[in-house]
Design a protein. Structure first.
Length: 263
């Protein structure tokens, strides 16, 4: 499992060089392949070109790219998406990106970019992620991208439907970090856990979380860094911010990492 790359090509290449990959091994990327690092286009081309040996999910920066490409959002200060948007193979790359899932479930493993609502099982998480994937892969994908942004809904209700339902799924899977004990998401805090506002806790510490018996792999929270617990693996170690790019081998929890330079 490899954490958030965000356009940092050179560390990714160095990390791939030191991984002892066999012919049956796979690379799983936790999303946020692009943006803010200097080589988003090259990272996207590299990962797409690795073919069947790669599985990746969408992160919030990947979805942001899709929205910008369709004219539903403007680039933010620090974005590095222009090379993709101007590339000759832009449409091929964006079509491939839209087809990627928001969660991967295999055996007792569940990989998401950000978090999972406590009431979701691994199977339900996979099904809900598939709803979004099917929509983004359909001819009607622009209908959702046009209204994707928004902090509501910030909690889950099985009765949600339509675009609100899809937005709720995306908000959890690609943006969640902290929640109230009742499972209401907070989107404002992105820093250290010690600095979290009172009354908020990490999504993975929510009481009665059904996926506590699965091994959940996630990225997105660079301020938290590497997390290695029996049923929890966090692999966003802040490459973009000059720390490291990290891979964790699932079979024995061996950690591989390379140093990065701040962008």
């Amino acid at each position: 499992m490899i954490g958030d790359i965000q356009g940092c090509l050179e560390p990714l290449q160095r990390l791939l060089d030191i991984l002892p990959m066999g012919s049956e091994d796979q690379l799983w990327f936790t999303g946020d392949l692009v943006n803010r690092g200097p080589h988003s286009l090259e990272v996207l081309r590299l990962i797409k070109g690795l073919g069947s040996g790669v599985r990746t999910i969408l992160g919030n920066h990947d979805l942001h790219l899709l929205c910008v490409a369709e004219g539903f959002a403007k680039t933010h200060k620090g974005d590095t998406l222009e090379t993709i948007l101007e590339a000759a193979d832009r449409d091929e790359l964006l079509t491939w990106l839209r087809s990627q899932p928001l969660a991967i479930k295999e055996d007792d493993y569940l990989m998401v970019h950000a978090g999972v609502f406590p009431s979701w099982s691994a199977e339900q998480t996979h099904r809900l992620a598939k709803e979004v994937q099917v929509f983004l892969s359909s001819p009607h994908y622009r209908d959702f991208l046009a209204v994707m942004y928004g902090n509501m809904p910030d909690a889950w209700n099985d009765a949600l439907n339509g675009l609100d339902r899809l937005r709720g799924i995306i908000n959890a899977l690609t943006r969640m970090r902290l929640c109230s004990p009742e499972g209401i998401m907070n989107f404002s805090h992105k820093g250290e856990l010690a600095d979290a506002p009172p009354g908020l806790i990490p999504w993975f510490e929510l009481p009665n979380r059904i996926t506590a018996n699965n091994t959940v792999i996630f990225g997105h929270w660079s301020a938290m860094g590497l997390v290695l617990k029996p049923n929890l693996i966090g692999v966003d170690t802040g490459c973009l911010w000059g720390r490291t790019l990290t891979a964790v081998r699932l079979e024995d929890r061996t950690v591989f990492s390379v140093p990065c330079s701040a962008k």
